[in-house]
Design a protein around this ligand. Structure first.
Ligand SMILES: Cc1cc2nc3c(=O)[nH]c(=O)nc-3n(C[C@H](O)[C@H](O)[C@H](O)COP(=O)(O)OP(=O)(O)OC[C@H]3O[C@@H](n4cnc5c(N)ncnc54)[C@H](O)[C@@H]3O)c2cc1C
Length: 462
Protein backbone atom coordinates (compact mmCIF):
# COMPACT_ATOMS: atom_id res chain seq x y z
CA UNK A 1 0.00 0.00 0.00
CA UNK A 2 1.35 3.45 -0.91
CA UNK A 3 1.81 5.83 1.95
CA UNK A 4 3.11 9.39 2.21
CA UNK A 5 4.94 10.76 5.21
CA UNK A 6 3.05 13.73 6.60
CA UNK A 7 5.25 15.36 9.22
CA UNK A 8 4.08 16.53 12.62
CA UNK A 9 4.86 20.08 11.55
CA UNK A 10 2.56 19.77 8.57
CA UNK A 11 -0.25 18.30 10.67
CA UNK A 12 0.17 21.23 13.07
CA UNK A 13 -0.28 23.64 10.14
CA UNK A 14 -3.46 21.85 9.07
CA UNK A 15 -4.76 21.96 12.68
CA UNK A 16 -4.14 25.69 12.76
CA UNK A 17 -6.19 26.14 9.58
CA UNK A 18 -9.08 23.80 10.51
CA UNK A 19 -9.06 23.36 14.29
CA UNK A 20 -7.71 20.14 15.76
CA UNK A 21 -10.94 18.10 15.71
CA UNK A 22 -11.12 18.37 11.91
CA UNK A 23 -7.72 16.80 11.26
CA UNK A 24 -8.07 13.01 11.51
CA UNK A 25 -5.12 10.64 11.73
CA UNK A 26 -6.19 7.78 14.00
CA UNK A 27 -6.28 4.39 12.21
CA UNK A 28 -10.00 4.01 13.01
CA UNK A 29 -10.81 7.39 11.46
CA UNK A 30 -8.61 6.80 8.41
CA UNK A 31 -10.33 3.48 7.65
CA UNK A 32 -13.70 5.27 7.49
CA UNK A 33 -12.45 7.25 4.48
CA UNK A 34 -10.67 4.38 2.73
CA UNK A 35 -13.43 2.77 0.65
CA UNK A 36 -15.99 3.51 -2.01
CA UNK A 37 -19.23 1.76 -2.96
CA UNK A 38 -17.48 -0.18 -5.73
CA UNK A 39 -15.45 -2.02 -3.08
CA UNK A 40 -12.17 -0.25 -3.95
CA UNK A 41 -10.02 0.68 -0.98
CA UNK A 42 -6.81 2.50 -0.02
CA UNK A 43 -6.16 4.02 3.39
CA UNK A 44 -5.33 7.77 3.44
CA UNK A 45 -2.46 9.14 5.52
CA UNK A 46 -4.58 12.01 6.76
CA UNK A 47 -8.20 13.12 6.48
CA UNK A 48 -9.11 16.80 6.53
CA UNK A 49 -12.63 18.15 7.04
CA UNK A 50 -12.75 21.82 6.00
CA UNK A 51 -15.81 24.02 6.36
CA UNK A 52 -14.88 26.92 4.08
CA UNK A 53 -13.45 27.38 0.60
CA UNK A 54 -10.52 29.47 1.86
CA UNK A 55 -9.43 26.60 4.12
CA UNK A 56 -9.45 24.20 1.14
CA UNK A 57 -7.36 26.63 -0.93
CA UNK A 58 -4.76 26.95 1.87
CA UNK A 59 -4.57 23.17 2.27
CA UNK A 60 -4.07 22.64 -1.47
CA UNK A 61 -1.33 25.27 -1.52
CA UNK A 62 0.54 23.49 1.29
CA UNK A 63 0.09 20.06 -0.28
CA UNK A 64 1.30 21.31 -3.67
CA UNK A 65 4.44 22.77 -2.11
CA UNK A 66 5.22 19.43 -0.46
CA UNK A 67 4.02 17.26 -3.38
CA UNK A 68 1.40 15.51 -1.23
CA UNK A 69 -1.42 13.78 -3.18
CA UNK A 70 -4.90 15.16 -2.46
CA UNK A 71 -8.10 13.19 -3.04
CA UNK A 72 -11.43 15.05 -2.88
CA UNK A 73 -14.25 13.03 -1.36
CA UNK A 74 -18.00 13.50 -1.11
CA UNK A 75 -19.87 10.56 0.41
CA UNK A 76 -17.80 7.76 -1.13
CA UNK A 77 -20.79 6.32 -3.04
CA UNK A 78 -18.82 6.33 -6.30
CA UNK A 79 -18.29 2.87 -7.78
CA UNK A 80 -15.05 3.26 -9.77
CA UNK A 81 -12.44 3.92 -7.06
CA UNK A 82 -12.44 7.69 -7.71
CA UNK A 83 -12.47 8.80 -4.07
CA UNK A 84 -9.78 6.50 -2.68
CA UNK A 85 -6.14 7.59 -2.28
CA UNK A 86 -4.31 5.05 -4.46
CA UNK A 87 -1.04 6.94 -4.00
CA UNK A 88 -1.62 7.74 -0.33
CA UNK A 89 -1.77 11.33 0.93
CA UNK A 90 -4.61 13.49 2.12
CA UNK A 91 -8.33 12.94 1.66
CA UNK A 92 -10.32 16.17 1.85
CA UNK A 93 -13.93 15.31 2.60
CA UNK A 94 -16.70 17.82 1.94
CA UNK A 95 -19.05 16.66 4.72
CA UNK A 96 -18.94 19.99 6.59
CA UNK A 97 -19.34 22.13 3.46
CA UNK A 98 -23.05 21.43 3.45
CA UNK A 99 -24.76 24.81 3.41
CA UNK A 100 -27.51 25.74 0.98
CA UNK A 101 -26.77 29.44 0.88
CA UNK A 102 -29.32 30.65 -1.66
CA UNK A 103 -32.42 29.36 -3.42
CA UNK A 104 -34.46 31.50 -5.78
CA UNK A 105 -37.75 30.80 -7.49
CA UNK A 106 -37.25 34.02 -9.49
CA UNK A 107 -33.83 33.05 -10.87
CA UNK A 108 -34.59 29.32 -10.81
CA UNK A 109 -31.25 28.62 -9.15
CA UNK A 110 -29.58 27.73 -5.88
CA UNK A 111 -26.05 27.92 -4.49
CA UNK A 112 -24.82 25.00 -2.42
CA UNK A 113 -21.71 23.68 -0.75
CA UNK A 114 -20.26 20.49 -2.29
CA UNK A 115 -21.14 18.43 0.79
CA UNK A 116 -24.92 18.94 0.51
CA UNK A 117 -26.64 15.57 0.17
CA UNK A 118 -28.52 15.43 -3.15
CA UNK A 119 -31.77 14.13 -1.62
CA UNK A 120 -31.66 16.77 1.13
CA UNK A 121 -31.39 19.50 -1.50
CA UNK A 122 -34.33 18.05 -3.41
CA UNK A 123 -36.48 17.84 -0.28
CA UNK A 124 -35.57 21.34 0.83
CA UNK A 125 -36.32 23.04 -2.50
CA UNK A 126 -39.48 21.06 -3.22
CA UNK A 127 -41.14 22.87 -0.31
CA UNK A 128 -40.42 26.10 -2.24
CA UNK A 129 -41.98 24.76 -5.45
CA UNK A 130 -38.56 24.12 -7.02
CA UNK A 131 -37.26 21.02 -8.75
CA UNK A 132 -33.69 19.72 -9.21
CA UNK A 133 -34.15 16.85 -11.70
CA UNK A 134 -30.91 14.78 -11.53
CA UNK A 135 -31.72 11.78 -9.35
CA UNK A 136 -28.91 9.24 -9.01
CA UNK A 137 -30.26 6.15 -7.25
CA UNK A 138 -27.79 6.98 -4.45
CA UNK A 139 -29.45 10.36 -3.83
CA UNK A 140 -30.17 9.65 -0.16
CA UNK A 141 -26.40 9.46 0.51
CA UNK A 142 -24.35 11.09 -2.29
CA UNK A 143 -23.26 14.72 -2.40
CA UNK A 144 -23.82 17.43 -5.00
CA UNK A 145 -20.02 17.92 -5.17
CA UNK A 146 -19.58 14.23 -6.00
CA UNK A 147 -22.44 14.46 -8.53
CA UNK A 148 -20.75 17.39 -10.28
CA UNK A 149 -17.32 15.72 -10.20
CA UNK A 150 -18.77 12.57 -11.80
CA UNK A 151 -21.48 14.30 -13.88
CA UNK A 152 -23.96 11.94 -12.26
CA UNK A 153 -27.02 10.85 -14.19
CA UNK A 154 -30.15 9.15 -12.99
CA UNK A 155 -33.52 7.88 -14.05
CA UNK A 156 -34.89 11.27 -15.12
CA UNK A 157 -32.10 11.96 -17.62
CA UNK A 158 -34.21 10.88 -20.59
CA UNK A 159 -36.31 14.04 -20.29
CA UNK A 160 -34.20 16.32 -18.09
CA UNK A 161 -30.57 15.49 -18.84
CA UNK A 162 -27.74 14.90 -16.36
CA UNK A 163 -25.90 16.95 -13.74
CA UNK A 164 -23.94 18.97 -16.34
CA UNK A 165 -27.23 20.35 -17.67
CA UNK A 166 -27.87 21.97 -14.27
CA UNK A 167 -24.43 23.39 -13.41
CA UNK A 168 -24.34 27.14 -13.98
CA UNK A 169 -21.18 27.91 -12.03
CA UNK A 170 -18.62 26.25 -9.80
CA UNK A 171 -15.98 27.62 -7.51
CA UNK A 172 -12.80 25.60 -7.76
CA UNK A 173 -9.87 25.57 -5.33
CA UNK A 174 -6.61 25.04 -7.20
CA UNK A 175 -3.31 23.62 -5.98
CA UNK A 176 -1.70 27.09 -6.22
CA UNK A 177 -3.97 28.22 -3.38
CA UNK A 178 -6.33 30.26 -5.57
CA UNK A 179 -10.11 30.09 -5.80
CA UNK A 180 -11.54 30.41 -9.30
CA UNK A 181 -15.17 31.23 -10.12
CA UNK A 182 -16.05 29.36 -13.31
CA UNK A 183 -19.27 29.89 -15.28
CA UNK A 184 -21.87 32.50 -14.32
CA UNK A 185 -24.82 32.85 -11.97
CA UNK A 186 -27.07 33.81 -14.89
CA UNK A 187 -29.21 31.60 -17.13
CA UNK A 188 -27.00 32.53 -20.09
CA UNK A 189 -23.37 33.54 -20.46
CA UNK A 190 -20.84 33.30 -23.28
CA UNK A 191 -17.68 34.70 -21.74
CA UNK A 192 -14.49 32.82 -22.43
CA UNK A 193 -14.19 29.06 -22.45
CA UNK A 194 -16.82 27.01 -20.58
CA UNK A 195 -14.59 25.82 -17.77
CA UNK A 196 -17.49 24.95 -15.45
CA UNK A 197 -18.34 22.23 -17.97
CA UNK A 198 -14.76 21.05 -18.08
CA UNK A 199 -14.73 20.64 -14.30
CA UNK A 200 -18.06 18.79 -14.40
CA UNK A 201 -17.11 15.12 -14.72
CA UNK A 202 -13.40 15.76 -14.02
CA UNK A 203 -13.43 13.28 -11.08
CA UNK A 204 -11.46 15.45 -8.67
CA UNK A 205 -8.43 15.59 -10.98
CA UNK A 206 -8.40 19.35 -11.66
CA UNK A 207 -9.14 20.91 -8.27
CA UNK A 208 -11.56 20.78 -5.33
CA UNK A 209 -15.08 22.07 -6.00
CA UNK A 210 -15.96 24.39 -3.11
CA UNK A 211 -19.32 25.80 -4.24
CA UNK A 212 -21.86 25.13 -6.98
CA UNK A 213 -24.63 27.23 -8.50
CA UNK A 214 -27.31 24.98 -9.90
CA UNK A 215 -30.07 25.65 -12.37
CA UNK A 216 -33.50 24.61 -11.10
CA UNK A 217 -36.95 24.17 -12.63
CA UNK A 218 -40.44 24.76 -11.28
CA UNK A 219 -41.78 21.59 -9.68
CA UNK A 220 -44.06 19.68 -12.09
CA UNK A 221 -47.61 19.62 -10.75
CA UNK A 222 -48.29 15.96 -11.43
CA UNK A 223 -46.30 12.74 -11.82
CA UNK A 224 -47.89 9.53 -13.13
CA UNK A 225 -46.13 6.17 -12.96
CA UNK A 226 -46.72 3.22 -15.32
CA UNK A 227 -45.31 -0.30 -15.31
CA UNK A 228 -45.27 -3.10 -17.86
CA UNK A 229 -43.96 -6.67 -17.98
CA UNK A 230 -42.65 -8.31 -21.17
CA UNK A 231 -41.76 -11.81 -22.38
CA UNK A 232 -38.33 -10.63 -23.63
CA UNK A 233 -35.94 -7.75 -23.00
CA UNK A 234 -36.06 -6.76 -26.67
CA UNK A 235 -39.86 -6.36 -26.49
CA UNK A 236 -39.46 -3.97 -23.57
CA UNK A 237 -36.72 -1.92 -25.25
CA UNK A 238 -38.60 -1.73 -28.56
CA UNK A 239 -41.52 -0.24 -26.69
CA UNK A 240 -39.47 2.79 -25.59
CA UNK A 241 -39.11 3.91 -29.21
CA UNK A 242 -42.91 3.76 -29.46
CA UNK A 243 -43.22 6.43 -26.74
CA UNK A 244 -41.18 8.90 -28.78
CA UNK A 245 -43.10 8.00 -31.91
CA UNK A 246 -46.25 8.94 -29.99
CA UNK A 247 -44.59 12.33 -29.24
CA UNK A 248 -44.20 11.49 -25.55
CA UNK A 249 -40.90 12.07 -23.73
CA UNK A 250 -41.27 10.24 -20.41
CA UNK A 251 -39.24 11.59 -17.51
CA UNK A 252 -38.06 8.04 -16.78
CA UNK A 253 -38.00 4.84 -18.82
CA UNK A 254 -36.28 2.27 -16.62
CA UNK A 255 -35.53 -1.23 -17.85
CA UNK A 256 -35.02 -4.44 -15.87
CA UNK A 257 -33.93 -7.72 -17.45
CA UNK A 258 -34.99 -11.20 -16.29
CA UNK A 259 -32.42 -11.55 -13.53
CA UNK A 260 -32.92 -7.99 -12.24
CA UNK A 261 -36.62 -8.69 -12.07
CA UNK A 262 -35.90 -11.89 -10.18
CA UNK A 263 -33.78 -9.93 -7.68
CA UNK A 264 -36.58 -7.52 -6.72
CA UNK A 265 -39.83 -9.26 -7.70
CA UNK A 266 -40.74 -9.98 -4.05
CA UNK A 267 -40.51 -6.23 -3.33
CA UNK A 268 -42.89 -5.16 -6.11
CA UNK A 269 -46.52 -4.22 -5.38
CA UNK A 270 -47.92 -6.42 -8.20
CA UNK A 271 -47.51 -10.09 -9.13
CA UNK A 272 -44.77 -11.02 -11.58
CA UNK A 273 -45.58 -14.29 -13.31
CA UNK A 274 -43.01 -16.78 -14.53
CA UNK A 275 -43.20 -15.71 -18.19
CA UNK A 276 -42.05 -12.19 -17.41
CA UNK A 277 -38.47 -11.64 -18.58
CA UNK A 278 -38.32 -7.84 -18.52
CA UNK A 279 -40.00 -4.82 -16.98
CA UNK A 280 -40.36 -1.15 -17.86
CA UNK A 281 -40.97 1.51 -15.23
CA UNK A 282 -42.08 4.72 -16.90
CA UNK A 283 -42.93 8.12 -15.43
CA UNK A 284 -44.64 11.12 -16.99
CA UNK A 285 -44.84 14.57 -15.48
CA UNK A 286 -46.39 17.95 -16.23
CA UNK A 287 -49.78 19.45 -15.48
CA UNK A 288 -52.58 17.22 -14.13
CA UNK A 289 -54.06 16.93 -17.61
CA UNK A 290 -50.87 16.49 -19.65
CA UNK A 291 -49.34 13.88 -17.32
CA UNK A 292 -52.57 11.84 -17.29
CA UNK A 293 -52.94 12.15 -21.08
CA UNK A 294 -49.34 11.04 -21.71
CA UNK A 295 -49.64 8.15 -19.24
CA UNK A 296 -52.64 6.83 -21.16
CA UNK A 297 -50.69 7.12 -24.42
CA UNK A 298 -47.76 5.24 -22.88
CA UNK A 299 -50.00 2.41 -21.68
CA UNK A 300 -51.59 2.26 -25.15
CA UNK A 301 -48.12 1.93 -26.72
CA UNK A 302 -47.20 -0.77 -24.18
CA UNK A 303 -50.38 -2.72 -24.94
CA UNK A 304 -49.88 -2.37 -28.69
CA UNK A 305 -46.51 -4.14 -28.26
CA UNK A 306 -45.84 -7.63 -26.88
CA UNK A 307 -46.41 -6.86 -23.21
CA UNK A 308 -47.80 -9.30 -20.63
CA UNK A 309 -49.21 -6.58 -18.40
CA UNK A 310 -49.30 -2.76 -18.56
CA UNK A 311 -50.89 -0.40 -16.09
CA UNK A 312 -50.84 2.97 -14.42
CA UNK A 313 -49.98 2.74 -10.72
CA UNK A 314 -52.77 4.72 -9.04
CA UNK A 315 -51.72 4.12 -5.43
CA UNK A 316 -48.90 6.39 -4.19
CA UNK A 317 -47.66 3.70 -1.78
CA UNK A 318 -47.27 1.31 -4.70
CA UNK A 319 -45.27 3.96 -6.59
CA UNK A 320 -42.94 4.42 -3.63
CA UNK A 321 -42.58 0.64 -3.29
CA UNK A 322 -41.56 0.25 -6.94
CA UNK A 323 -38.96 3.02 -6.71
CA UNK A 324 -37.62 1.68 -3.43
CA UNK A 325 -37.17 -1.70 -5.09
CA UNK A 326 -35.52 -0.13 -8.17
CA UNK A 327 -33.15 2.06 -6.09
CA UNK A 328 -32.27 -0.96 -3.95
CA UNK A 329 -31.20 -2.99 -6.99
CA UNK A 330 -27.50 -3.10 -6.04
CA UNK A 331 -28.07 -4.66 -2.58
CA UNK A 332 -30.78 -6.93 -4.05
CA UNK A 333 -28.29 -8.34 -6.58
CA UNK A 334 -25.97 -9.22 -3.72
CA UNK A 335 -28.74 -11.41 -2.30
CA UNK A 336 -28.94 -13.53 -5.48
CA UNK A 337 -26.19 -15.76 -4.11
CA UNK A 338 -23.27 -14.97 -6.41
CA UNK A 339 -19.91 -14.50 -4.72
CA UNK A 340 -18.60 -11.65 -6.87
CA UNK A 341 -20.20 -8.72 -8.72
CA UNK A 342 -18.49 -6.41 -11.19
CA UNK A 343 -20.65 -3.46 -12.27
CA UNK A 344 -20.23 -1.41 -15.42
CA UNK A 345 -22.39 1.34 -16.91
CA UNK A 346 -21.97 1.39 -20.66
CA UNK A 347 -24.17 3.64 -22.80
CA UNK A 348 -25.07 3.13 -26.47
CA UNK A 349 -27.19 5.13 -28.91
CA UNK A 350 -30.77 4.12 -28.30
CA UNK A 351 -31.12 2.48 -31.72
CA UNK A 352 -28.37 0.02 -30.70
CA UNK A 353 -29.81 -0.91 -27.31
CA UNK A 354 -31.52 -4.13 -28.43
CA UNK A 355 -28.32 -5.28 -30.17
CA UNK A 356 -26.34 -4.50 -27.02
CA UNK A 357 -28.78 -6.46 -24.87
CA UNK A 358 -28.74 -9.43 -27.25
CA UNK A 359 -24.94 -9.40 -27.16
CA UNK A 360 -25.03 -9.45 -23.34
CA UNK A 361 -27.50 -12.35 -23.38
CA UNK A 362 -25.26 -14.24 -25.83
CA UNK A 363 -22.16 -14.03 -23.59
CA UNK A 364 -23.95 -14.80 -20.31
CA UNK A 365 -23.00 -18.24 -18.96
CA UNK A 366 -23.37 -20.15 -15.69
CA UNK A 367 -19.79 -19.22 -14.77
CA UNK A 368 -20.10 -15.59 -15.81
CA UNK A 369 -23.71 -14.52 -15.56
CA UNK A 370 -24.78 -11.13 -16.89
CA UNK A 371 -27.55 -9.06 -15.30
CA UNK A 372 -28.55 -5.76 -16.91
CA UNK A 373 -30.86 -2.97 -15.88
CA UNK A 374 -30.87 0.76 -16.29
CA UNK A 375 -32.01 3.81 -18.12
CA UNK A 376 -33.53 2.51 -21.37
CA UNK A 377 -34.58 6.01 -22.36
CA UNK A 378 -30.89 7.02 -22.53
CA UNK A 379 -29.35 3.79 -23.84
CA UNK A 380 -27.52 3.50 -20.49
CA UNK A 381 -27.30 -0.04 -19.12
CA UNK A 382 -25.89 -1.05 -15.74
CA UNK A 383 -24.25 -4.32 -16.70
CA UNK A 384 -23.36 -6.60 -13.80
CA UNK A 385 -21.05 -9.55 -14.23
CA UNK A 386 -21.84 -12.11 -11.52
CA UNK A 387 -19.48 -14.93 -10.62
CA UNK A 388 -20.12 -18.00 -8.52
CA UNK A 389 -17.97 -19.04 -5.58
CA UNK A 390 -14.70 -20.52 -6.77
CA UNK A 391 -15.18 -19.69 -10.49
CA UNK A 392 -11.96 -20.82 -12.13
CA UNK A 393 -9.49 -18.12 -13.17
CA UNK A 394 -11.91 -15.40 -12.20
CA UNK A 395 -9.56 -12.44 -12.83
CA UNK A 396 -8.87 -13.49 -16.43
CA UNK A 397 -12.57 -14.24 -16.92
CA UNK A 398 -13.56 -10.81 -15.61
CA UNK A 399 -11.06 -9.02 -17.85
CA UNK A 400 -12.13 -10.99 -20.91
CA UNK A 401 -15.87 -10.51 -20.35
CA UNK A 402 -15.68 -6.85 -19.31
CA UNK A 403 -13.27 -6.12 -22.17
CA UNK A 404 -15.70 -7.65 -24.68
CA UNK A 405 -18.63 -5.64 -23.27
CA UNK A 406 -16.69 -2.36 -23.46
CA UNK A 407 -15.51 -3.15 -27.00
CA UNK A 408 -19.06 -3.96 -28.13
CA UNK A 409 -20.40 -0.71 -26.63
CA UNK A 410 -17.76 1.33 -28.48
CA UNK A 411 -18.29 -0.67 -31.70
CA UNK A 412 -22.00 0.26 -31.52
CA UNK A 413 -21.10 3.96 -31.28
CA UNK A 414 -21.45 4.03 -27.50
CA UNK A 415 -19.29 4.89 -24.51
CA UNK A 416 -17.64 2.89 -21.72
CA UNK A 417 -19.27 4.97 -18.97
CA UNK A 418 -22.66 6.67 -19.11
CA UNK A 419 -22.57 8.09 -15.58
CA UNK A 420 -20.10 6.55 -13.12
CA UNK A 421 -16.84 7.80 -14.65
CA UNK A 422 -13.48 6.12 -15.13
CA UNK A 423 -11.73 6.32 -11.73
CA UNK A 424 -9.32 3.42 -11.51
CA UNK A 425 -11.71 0.71 -12.63
CA UNK A 426 -11.93 1.63 -16.32
CA UNK A 427 -8.52 3.16 -16.97
CA UNK A 428 -7.37 0.19 -19.01
CA UNK A 429 -10.38 0.48 -21.33
CA UNK A 430 -10.06 4.23 -22.05
CA UNK A 431 -8.00 3.59 -25.18
CA UNK A 432 -10.93 1.65 -26.68
CA UNK A 433 -12.84 4.91 -26.89
CA UNK A 434 -10.29 7.73 -26.96
CA UNK A 435 -7.24 8.19 -29.18
CA UNK A 436 -3.76 8.71 -27.73
CA UNK A 437 -3.89 12.31 -28.99
CA UNK A 438 -7.11 13.02 -27.09
CA UNK A 439 -5.77 11.45 -23.89
CA UNK A 440 -2.58 13.49 -24.25
CA UNK A 441 -4.56 16.73 -24.68
CA UNK A 442 -6.48 15.99 -21.46
CA UNK A 443 -3.27 15.24 -19.57
CA UNK A 444 -1.84 18.58 -20.73
CA UNK A 445 -5.04 20.35 -19.61
CA UNK A 446 -4.69 18.70 -16.20
CA UNK A 447 -1.12 19.95 -16.07
CA UNK A 448 -2.33 23.55 -16.45
CA UNK A 449 -4.70 23.23 -13.48
CA UNK A 450 -2.42 21.02 -11.43
CA UNK A 451 1.23 21.39 -12.50
CA UNK A 452 2.60 19.18 -9.69
CA UNK A 453 0.06 16.41 -10.35
CA UNK A 454 -1.23 16.26 -6.77
CA UNK A 455 -4.97 16.24 -7.56
CA UNK A 456 -6.33 12.69 -7.36
CA UNK A 457 -3.27 11.09 -8.98
CA UNK A 458 -3.58 7.65 -10.56
CA UNK A 459 -7.12 8.23 -11.84
CA UNK A 460 -8.73 8.28 -15.31
CA UNK A 461 -5.47 8.12 -17.33
CA UNK A 462 -2.98 5.25 -17.18
C1 LIG B 1 -26.64 2.25 -4.79
C2 LIG B 1 -25.95 3.22 -5.72
C3 LIG B 1 -26.68 3.78 -6.75
C4 LIG B 1 -26.06 4.67 -7.63
N1 LIG B 1 -26.81 5.21 -8.63
C5 LIG B 1 -26.25 6.10 -9.47
C6 LIG B 1 -27.04 6.69 -10.51
O1 LIG B 1 -28.22 6.41 -10.66
N2 LIG B 1 -26.43 7.59 -11.32
C7 LIG B 1 -25.11 7.94 -11.15
O2 LIG B 1 -24.61 8.77 -11.92
N3 LIG B 1 -24.36 7.39 -10.18
C8 LIG B 1 -24.88 6.50 -9.34
N4 LIG B 1 -24.13 5.94 -8.34
C9 LIG B 1 -22.70 6.32 -8.21
C10 LIG B 1 -22.44 7.49 -7.23
O3 LIG B 1 -23.44 7.61 -6.29
C11 LIG B 1 -22.28 8.80 -7.98
O4 LIG B 1 -21.11 8.73 -8.77
C12 LIG B 1 -22.18 10.04 -7.08
O5 LIG B 1 -22.16 11.19 -7.93
C13 LIG B 1 -20.95 10.07 -6.19
O6 LIG B 1 -21.14 11.08 -5.21
P1 LIG B 1 -20.31 11.05 -3.83
O7 LIG B 1 -20.67 12.27 -3.07
O8 LIG B 1 -20.51 9.79 -3.13
O9 LIG B 1 -18.83 11.18 -4.40
P2 LIG B 1 -17.55 10.29 -4.06
O10 LIG B 1 -17.84 8.87 -4.32
O11 LIG B 1 -17.04 10.65 -2.71
O12 LIG B 1 -16.53 10.83 -5.16
C14 LIG B 1 -16.73 10.54 -6.52
C15 LIG B 1 -15.67 11.30 -7.35
O13 LIG B 1 -15.89 12.70 -7.24
C16 LIG B 1 -14.73 13.37 -6.72
N5 LIG B 1 -15.21 14.43 -5.82
C17 LIG B 1 -16.09 14.30 -4.80
N6 LIG B 1 -16.29 15.51 -4.23
C18 LIG B 1 -15.55 16.40 -4.90
C19 LIG B 1 -15.30 17.81 -4.77
N7 LIG B 1 -15.92 18.56 -3.84
N8 LIG B 1 -14.44 18.40 -5.63
C20 LIG B 1 -13.81 17.68 -6.60
N9 LIG B 1 -13.99 16.37 -6.75
C21 LIG B 1 -14.85 15.73 -5.92
C22 LIG B 1 -13.94 12.28 -6.01
O14 LIG B 1 -12.56 12.57 -5.98
C23 LIG B 1 -14.24 11.07 -6.88
O15 LIG B 1 -13.40 11.06 -8.00
C24 LIG B 1 -24.70 5.01 -7.47
C25 LIG B 1 -23.98 4.46 -6.41
C26 LIG B 1 -24.59 3.56 -5.55
C27 LIG B 1 -23.79 2.98 -4.44
Amino acid sequence: MTSVNISRGLKARFRKILGKEWVLDSPADLICYSQDAGGYSAVPDLVLLPERAEQVAKILDICAQDGIPVVPRGAGTGTVGGSIPVQGGVVIAAVRMNRISMTSLVDLSCRVGPGVITGDLQNRISSEGLFYPPDPASLAFCTIGGNVATCAGGARAVKYGVTRDYVRAVQLALPDGSLLNLGAQTAKSVVGFDLARLVTGSEGCLGFITSITLRLLPMPLKVVTCVALYPTGADALDCVTGFFQASVVPRCAEFLDRLSLQAIRHLLPFPVDGDAAAMLLVELDGSEESAAFEANQVVDVMKAGRCLMARILEDQRAVEQVWQARRGMSPAIKRLGFSKKVSEDICVPRHALVEMLQFLESISTDDATILAFGHAGDGNLHVNLLLREGAAGDQELIRAVIGSIMSKAVELGGTISGEHGIGISKMEYLSLEQTAGLVDLQKRLKGLFDPRGIMNPGKIFL
